[in-house]
Design a protein. Structure first.
Length: 149
């Protein structure tokens, strides 16, 4: 069986990952990303003159580019597929529907550059993309497949 990424040979690939940085966009419901250089060169010096710089990173699990596990969201105490949340959750994570069960995936997608449609380099923080964002086909977006908007 071929690995999923082998299907990408010759395809145009878009990396949607965002760099982790203090102040990066994130949900206000989650702990933000923070990184500090806790030890700088020279703060602690070994007898042979060597030293090292070390950082401390604090972040919530919902910051940055990521995929949610099926156990991430519940409704009325039930997870994906109607499974009860309480028996499968604990301080160490989930015993079912966790991200550890998520296999890498490759698939077709439609990449919509909403900022470009509005003639700007970036959308303002909190900009909500709704069906009303698209009044018909985006300006300058061809109907033919394989063309980028």
């Amino acid at each position: 069986m071929r690995a999923p990424w082998e299907a990408l040979a010759g395809a145009e690939v878009f990396d949607l990952a965002q760099p982790m940085r203090t102040g990066m966009p994130q949900s206000p419901n989650h702990v933000p990303f923070r990184m500090v250089l806790e030890r700088r060169h020279g703060d602690v010096v070994r007898a042979d003159g060597g030293s090292a710089a070390n950082e401390v990173i604090v972040t919530g699990g919902h910051v940055g580019t990521h995929v949610d596990a099926l156990a991430h969201v519940s409704q009325d105490g039930r997870l994906h597929g109607g499974r009860e949340a309480a028996p499968v959750q604990g301080h160490q994570g989930f015993t079912a529907l966790g991200i550890d069960a998520f296999e890498p995936y490759v698939g077709r997608a439609v990449l919509l550059d909403v900022a470009a449609v509005h003639g700007v380099a970036a959308l303002p923080p909190g900009y909500e993309i709704t069906p009303a964002t698209w009044t018909g086909r985006p300006r300058g977006c061809p109907r033919s497949q394989g063309r980028r908007c």
